[in-house]
Design a protein around this ligand. Structure first.
Ligand SMILES: [Zn+2]
Ligand SMILES: [Zn+2]
Ligand SMILES: [Zn+2]
Length: 752
């Protein structure tokens, strides 16, 4: 006989772990108990030694699908001679280390019940169990119990309570457990908020089929939905949402339907059907029946499958709906009922609402597969707040992130807790949500940071906030943070060649960096090369209006004469352009930048592909599409021999302009441009490798979302036997910045 005390840390609460342990103990006829505490799960199990060993083995190998066992400690303790195995109840502890599960898509067993006319939850839009349902979005506090969730206002009926109390039931302690008799319900409202008596999901289907826009309350917030095949509905949604060209995300009723519209690889299918159910970026087939205005100017579509029970009730197999975040323009996603009618009433014709409160909003995550690897573009619902394991112990750090696409990160032990996608902090409502989310995370994960890491940019609101905190501060250079995010993901503890190709980030010299070749580890970096500085005529305006910087390039090469060229850019110059380029030439209102992202704007401007952008990265996206499947050649560029190396693409632009003037194909030139950038990156890496002997290369920054460049560079470097590392767990864009800041701060503290 022996008795073991077992402590398990990880995602073991709210995932059916206790009933699993209970049933396993029953199976092996062991005695003892299992208990959820704030640190995870505690077990004491007693029986004859071989049986106890088998129990222990199965504990780790047959754990429920959503459980993540991060750490298990086992100790022999004195025999107690219990007569049965019981489940004990939560007790508060001083240190909370239990994890909070992300929201989980409806499981197949629940779907089976929901579509069974004989089941008591037939067509019930809130069905869930210990393996599925809302988690993070409804949790107010830990430990995770019904009283600490927004389900606390729904007392269970006797049938639900019986399931909840029965360790043999698959809803044992499923905190959001509910049924039509006792749980939340859907209602359909007019755009003024007047209730309409009807079968809400059925009526919603009819309304969408008739071309209406319906705001639908889901898991992490409201969606705006319409039929993606009806041009009038989709373009109306664009007009009302003030979203001119940015592609809309789509939800299909089945994976087969997605396959009719897009190419889907095995990896992409796994991602689409995973319990996180992100939006997956897929390549559109040429013949689709979608409305033109779903995704103008791109062949890439963001597709997802239903993930909440209500989605399954709404969409039939052949349906394709636009399911875009319920917000106006760049505002944060609407998730509170009192805001919905007020903010979305102008956009939606109807509202499908429910009375289960969303405590924390989260947008849909966006992921894609490139070369069999995962690239996360937005890490939010379904992923956050699941922590990311880091190889070294960290003190408690708050990393505040950047300005656009903001996320923040809190660390404790060897884990980084990344927030869900917050958005652009310049927006007041987003900034307020950001401050609230930081406090919520601190409470949920019991982290009181002793140090705050921030970006050097003096105008970032996150940085100003960081500097206002009465704890130690550590500034982290923007591109160092990007590179460090990859180092921490891959546990690389040595110097690498970091290629940070990005929009703009604050540099050590007060200019805006963004085309950087660094030698870096997590504690420090040296800038061995960068793209040549160019002015941003008109400052931030130049980012929204790529024609400005393109015009400056032409002015620089040809003087005022270029205005008479018979090319699209010259024909479309805005009034006042002369003053603008002359001022820029004198350095007036034209901050210098080495940004690689701006090179794509210049190319898009020169080729007449994109004059003014309506969403971030549009120039680069349309340029990439133009060059898709074309075979370009490398155009001239220069690398100075001085230290640091200066990478100059003016010769590239000159060659492109000459070619455009001769009437060469814009598509071919777009391909040549990509070929040239990739070739230049590879050449720079080879030079730096020769100079330093470093064999590992890290690619991070927003430009690496350009798959054409990424695949070319990775392909060539791997042929050179260079190891290439990219972001797979956090975004390469500024959504991953906080993770890198935390990694740098942790490493610096360790070194002290
Ligand atoms: Zn389920
Ligand atoms: Zn019930
Ligand atoms: Zn950046």
């Amino acid at each position: 006989m022996q008795r073991l005390a077992i402590h398990i840390n990880g995602i073991v609460q709210g995932v059916g772990f206790r009933p699993f342990v209970y049933n396993l103990a029953q199976h092996y006829q062991l005695t003892g108990w299992v208990l959820n505490n704030s640190q995870g799960v505690e077990i004491e199990a007693e029986g004859d030694s071989p049986t106890v060993s088998r129990f222990l083995e199965e504990l780790s190998f047959s754990a429920p699908p959503l459980a993540v066992i991060e750490e298990m400690t086992v100790n022999l303790v004195n025999l107690r001679g219990d007569t049965e195995f019981i489940i004990r109840y939560s007790r508060e502890e001083m240190q909370k280390t239990a994890w909070v599960s992300p929201d989980v898509a409806t499981c197949s067993e629940c779907l089976g019940e929901m579509t069974d006319p004989a089941d008591r939850r037939y067509r019930y839009g809130f069905i869930n169990c210990t393996n599925c349902g809302p988690r993070y979005s409804i949790i107010k506090d830990v430990p995770y119990d019904r009283a600490a969730t927004t389900m606390n206002t729904f007392p269970m009926c006797s049938s639900c309570q019986a399931e909840y109390d029965n360790p043999g039931n698959r809803r044992f302690h499923a905190q959001p457990n509910a049924c039509p008799e006792c749980g939340p319900a859907f209602r359909l409202l007019t755009s003024e908020g007047t209730p309409i008596a009807c079968d809400a999901p059925r009526k919603t289907r009819q309304l969408i089929a008739a071309g209406n826009i319906v705001a639908i309350k889901g898991i992490g917030g409201y969606h705006l939905a319409c039929d993606a095949r009806q041009e009038q509905a989709v373009s109306q949604l664009r007009t009302r949402k003030i979203r001119e060209e940015k592609p809309f995300a789509l939800m299909c009723g089945s994976i087969e339907r997605i396959r009719q519209i897009c190419d889907v690889s095995k990896e992409e299918e796994l991602l689409l059907t995973s319990s996180a159910r992100p939006i997956v970026l897929l390549t559109k087939k040429s013949d689709s029946d979608l409305a033109q205005s779903v995704a103008p100017g791109t062949d890439v579509l963001g597709m997802m499958l239903p993930y909440a029970p209500i989605h399954w009730l709404l969409l039939e197999e052949q349906d394709v709906w636009v399911m875009t975040s319920g917000n106006i323009s760049d505002e944060p996603i609407v998730y509170k009922d009192q805001d919905a009618i007020k903010l979305l009433g102008r956009i939606a014709d109807y509202f499908l609402v429910h009375n289960r409160e969303i405590f924390q909003q989260s947008d849909d995550s966006v992921v894609r597969i490139t070369g069999n690897k995962r690239q996360i573009l937005r890490r939010s619902r379904g992923f956050a707040p699941q922590p990311i394991k880091i190889s070294q112990e960290m003190p408690s750090i708050l990393a505040v992130g950047g300005e656009a696409k903001n996320t923040f990160c809190l660390t404790r032990g060897s884990f980084a807790f990344m927030s869900s996608h917050m958005g652009d902090l310049e927006n007041m409502a987003t900034y307020e949500a950001y401050l609230a989310a930081i406090e919520h995370y601190k409470k949920l994960f019991s982290i009181e940071p002793t140090l705050v890491a921030y970006d050097w940019h003096p105008e970032y609101l996150a940085s100003k906030y960081a500097l206002s905190l009465p704890i130690s501060h550590l500034g982290v250079q923007h591109h160092h943070a990007h590179i460090a995010s990859v180092l921490a993901e891959h546990s690389i503890d040595e110097k690498v060649i970091g290629v940070a190709f990005d929009g703009t980030g604050y540099g050590c010299d007060g200019t805006l960096w963004g085309g950087e070749f660094l030698i870096a580890d997590c504690t420090e970096f040296v800038r061995l090369g960068h793209c040549k500085y160019l002015p941003l005529p008109g400052g931030a305006k130049a980012i929204k209006e790529p024609w400005r910087i393109a015009a400056w390039v032409l002015y620089n090469l040809y003087g005022q004469e270029f205005a008479a060229f018979d090319i699209k850019l010259s024909r479309n110059l805005s009034p006042g352009w002369e003053l603008m380029v002359q001022a820029a030439a004198k350095g007036i209102n034209a901050p210098l930048t080495s940004s690689a992202g701006r090179l794509f704007d210049i190319a898009a401007g020169i080729l007449g592909i994109c004059h003014t952008i309506h969403y971030e990265g549009q120039g680069a996206i349309e340029l990439e599409r133009a060059g898709y499947k074309q075979y370009g050649q490398v155009l001239p560029y220069d690398i100075s021999q001085a230290s640091p190396y200066i990478l100059d693409f003016m010769p590239t632009f000159a060659a492109m302009i000459e070619a455009v003037r001769k009437g060469r194909s814009v598509e071919l030139l777009a391909a040549c441009f990509h070929e040239t950038i990739a070739d230049a990156v590879v050449t720079m890496v080879r030079k730096i490798k020769e100079d330093t002997g470093i064999q590992k290369v890290v690619l991070s920054g927003g430009v690496w979302q350009n798959i054409t460049i990424l695949e070319k560079v990775v392909g060539i470097l791997q042929q050179d036997s260079i190891s290439v590392y990219t972001n797979e767990l956090v975004p390469p864009n500024d959504g991953g910045l906080a993770f890198g800041q935390a990694a740098v701060a942790g490493a610096c503290i360790r070194k002290r």
